[in-house]
Design a protein around this ligand. Structure first.
Ligand SMILES: [Zn+2]
Length: 477
């Protein structure tokens, strides 16, 4: 007897895509059965998903909730972006069931303290399952280094590292290569993976000086500051550093430029374990979008680039350089998103975790002819594998968590902020999505069905993670 059977004819499983029945008992998938194996009377409920696309729940490996946005003026009021409740509710509506956020270590804390503080923000406040990358910043005292190893062993294997302060007004994030070298030694030894925001800090800060001197400080010039050459220099330097530490595995966050893709590609050709993440806004918008009304809504750091960079980001998905599509979600209202107008004060991040899966289906499957398997890899499976959640997450297979998303081509729609559950704006306003989720199941529970939300804020569970050896030892995807 099963609790739920979902019958479909385009079900993306580890055994291939086709006509399968997903049989769920409790929180897990008990069987992926050929149709007819089990009758309707053998389940508490049967859902017919014929004509729809059935995939494992989406995974967004890069979001920020309750993220601090500094005030524009000295002494002004800083704001906090929306919390995990808002972000995860939007994610569930959009077919995403797992979110990875960050636990930020502050100088003076232990890493355990940083994680515990983050737990207070999340426990009992999230509709989706979730985990944290540990975000380090600044100078890492020697006594904190062993704690990195303990965090990895305790289920937090991905360590976020910035090679830049990003803007002159937000100093303190950048970690020097000496400190990164020490962190890499621990990542290599203890089973971790570096989650890197790589930009060349000297080039970036130089360009802030140049544009300030020239009086061209409008944010529409952002791609000159956070530029392609900076991505080239920083990617290649951090990769070389990791190679010197016996091939410390790297996950390059928000790859934005062709130079970044090329750096990952050549490292992978040498057998180096490195994976690229890009953002769906980088795939779809260029720096010309900055000139549109409220052009800040398209921005996240580093920056939007050229259409040739977009081509490379798409091509990179074919040759393996780009493995995941994330959002860099920062959920806030339009007035906060557009409060800054300059290269050093524009709000980063994006409101995108709800439309991500449907928009990517449209771009990948409808427009570019990706197989359903490849699309599923990009929005779910690869993130589970790289971030140490597979096969619990990211796959429809017996024994996996029953996280399931059903996309309905009959529900194609024009995206508008009013119909989403994130914010009062969306960068995808007016976009024609070819599918929309009509069912989201989290560990066996129907969380959203036909737009009706049935989630409880206590439904989301914290995930401890462990990155598989093959992911860490070679470019395994
Ligand atoms: Zn981010």
């Amino acid at each position: 007897m099963f609790d739920l059977i979902i019958r479909g004819d385009q079900v993306v499983t580890s055994e291939g895509t086709g006509r399968w029945d997903i049989c769920i008992r409790g929180e897990t998938i008990a069987a992926i059965a050929t149709p007819g194996t089990f009758g309707d009377e053998q389940a508490g409920r049967v859902i017919d998903a014929t004509g729809k696309i059935v995939i494992p729940g989406g995974i967004d490996p890069h979001i920020h909730s309750l993220w601090h946005i500094p005030a524009l003026e000295e002494g002004g009021e800083a704001s906090m972006t929306d919390g995990p409740d808002t972000v995860s509710r939007a994610a569930i509506h959009g077919g995403t069931t797992t979110l990875l956020d960050f636990a930020t270590w502050q100088p003076g804390q232990t890493i355990e303290e940083a994680i515990n503080i983050r737990k207070q923000d999340w426990t009992g406040k999230c509709y989706a399952d979730y985990g944290y990358h540990v975000m380090l910043q600044g100078a890492i005292p020697p006594e904190v280094l062993p704690q990195v190893g303990e965090a990895i062993q305790d289920g937090y294997p991905s360590i976020k590292i910035f090679t830049t302060d990003i803007t002159p007004s937000r100093r303190g994030r950048k970690i020097t290569h000496g400190h990164i070298w020490e962190i890499f030694k621990i990542l290599k030894r203890e089973g971790g993976i570096g989650a890197i925001h790589a930009e060349d800090d000297e080039i970036v800060m130089h360009m802030y000086d140049v544009l300030t001197r020239e009086g061209r400080t409008g944010f529409e010039n952002m791609s000159e500051v956070h530029n392609s050459m900076s991505e080239d220099l920083s990617f290649r330097r951090i990769i070389r550093l990791a190679e010197h530490v016996d091939g410390t595995p790297l996950y390059m966050m928000h790859v934005s430029a062709a130079t970044g893709v090329a750096a990952i590609e050549s490292a992978r050709a040498r057998g180096f374990p490195i994976y690229g993440e890009t953002l769906h806004q980088y795939l779809m918008f260029t720096h010309d979008h900055y000139k549109r009304p409220n052009g800040q809504i398209y921005h996240t750091y580093p920056s939007l680039k050229e259409s040739s960079d977009q081509d490379a980001l798409w091509q990179g998905q074919m040759n393996g350089a780009i493995s995941t599509i994330a959002t860099d979600e920062i959920c806030c209202n339009l007035s906060t998103k557009t409060q800054g107008h300059h290269i050093d004060d524009v709000t980063g991040g994006n409101a995108g975790c709800e439309p991500r899966v449907s928009v990517m289906y449209t771009e990948m499957v409808t427009k570019r002819g990706y197989s359903l398997r490849k699309f599923t890899d990009m929005v779910s499976t690869n993130a589970a594998k790289i971030m140490g959640m597979y096969p619990k997450k990211g796959v429809l297979a017996a024994g996996s968590d029953a996280d399931i998303t059903v996309l309905d081509p009959a529900e194609r729609r024009t995206i508008t902020a009013a119909r989403l559950h994130e914010s009062d704006y969306t960068p995808w306003e007016g976009y024609e999505a070819e599918v929309w989720p009509t069912l989201t199941v989290l560990r066996g529970k129907v969380m959203m069905e036909a737009g009706d939300f049935h989630g409880d804020v206590k439904d989301g569970k914290m995930l401890k993670r462990k990155v598989a050896e093959d992911i860490r030892n070679r470019p395994a995807l």
